[in-house]
Design a protein around this ligand. Structure first.
Ligand SMILES: Cc1cc2nc3c(=O)[nH]c(=O)nc-3n(C[C@H](O)[C@H](O)[C@H](O)COP(=O)(O)OP(=O)(O)OC[C@H]3O[C@@H](n4cnc5c(N)ncnc54)[C@H](O)[C@@H]3O)c2cc1C
Length: 305
């Protein structure tokens, strides 16, 4: 899209054009809203070969789902797309000004943040190459494919307890490799022992793999163990700092605070998808994007009716 003074005013700007942003764009396009979707093309699941657990698209390549979504949204003439990074957001009297990496500025009275999150990938050899392939984060996304395989869980504390409870049903042979972030309490240890879950407290030196398929975990003391899958509970940061620039409240874990209508603490700014939800899935991103489309359209309608 070529931007100039005449074309840079919109009713709604959506930052992030992956599943959540496209879903919001679809609802708003269908209600004849003039929308701009700004997207830098870096969804969090970019490296995973197949996406699961989203009805009608189970086992499909993630970028194919997004491409089909974009093609369907693009049919609605009031929705425009801009490929680039939104760098700055400023609240003016009755609108928001968004400045992109090329310096171009766009304006709208409503802003939707569909920016996702960024996993903090541990600085351990082999981890980045396996991420999304055999080192994964979610039993609903990957559990069926890795069922009954020799599995490790790289985690600790409360997060490990939650994940272990889900995985023990899928992977009877489960080993927890403690990531050193939090210690287990005696009660937690007793619960893990009751489930025959092995607990290793050694530092990992390398995840040895073949083309992203995990083979062996090598520890700093040179001992090693073979696994076919490793689940990891990673910390994350917001993919974009735009919510912080605008002063939106965040939770301690970095999710944007929203109400049940996807509205953030700043009037006129909404958030959907991974950036504001603990349920991390394509289906949830699409669902919250769908809801936000209706909420923003309702807000715009309410201003004139
Ligand atoms: C490895 C992995 C595998 C997964 N597998 C599955 C699976 O099998 N099934 C499933 O349901 N879920 C899966 N998920 C979860 C799923 O990918 C996410 O829940 C989903 O992508 C969230 O969608 P989203 O639109 O909120 O964010 P994202 O898909 O992460 O997209 C955010 C978009 O916003 C853009 N963006 C961010 N900031 C800016 C900015 N300032 N300017 C412009 N653009 C910006 C990014 O470039 C990106 O395109 C997986 C996640 C990971 C990490």
């Amino acid at each position: 899209m070529q931007a100039n003074e005449k074309t840079n005013q919109f009713e709604v700007i959506i930052i992030g054009g992956s599943y959540a942003g496209l879903s919001a764009g679809l609802s708003l396009g269908r209600t004849l809203r003039k929308v701009l979707i700004i997207d830098a093309g870096m969804p969090c699941n970019k490296q995973t070969p197949y996406s699961h657990n989203f009805l009608t698209q189970d086992g499909v390549c993630p970028s194919d789902i997004a491409a089909l979504g974009k093609a369907q949204v693009a049919k609605y003439g009031s929705v425009s797309f801009f490929n680039g990074l939104a760098l700055q957001a400023q609240q003016q009297l009755d609108k928001f000004e968004i400045t992109c990496d090329t310096g171009v500025r766009f304006y709208a009275s409503k802003l939707i943040l569909a920016t996702g999150i960024k996993d903090i990938i541990p600085d351990i050899k082999g981890f980045p190459a396996c991420w999304g392939k055999s080192v994964v984060h979610c039993p609903y996304c990957h559990g069926f494919e890795f069922r009954n395989k020799r599995a490790a869980l790289y985690s600790s504390g409360e997060k490990a307890m939650h994940m272990a409870s889900l995985l023990s049903h899928l992977n009877p042979q489960l080993t927890i490799i403690q990531d050193g972030k939090e210690a287990f309490t005696d009660t937690q240890m007793a619960a893990l022992n009751r489930q025959n879950i092995e607990i290793i407290n050694k530092e990992v030196a390398e995840f040895i793999h073949q083309d992203g398929a995990l083979k062996t975990v090598l520890f700093q003391d040179n001992s090693q163990m073979d696994f076919e899958v490793l689940y990891a509970t990673l910390d994350f940061v917001p993919h974009s700092d735009i919510a912080m620039q605008l002063g939106c409240d965040l939770y301690e874990n970095n999710h944007i605070k929203i109400d049940s209508f996807q509205q953030t603490s700043i009037p006129g700014v909404y958030a959907c998808g991974d950036n504001s939800s603990p349920m991390r899935s394509v289906a949830n991103a699409v669902a919250t994007g769908n809801l936000i489309g209706a909420m923003v359209n309702k807000a715009l309608t309410g201003e004139v009716f």
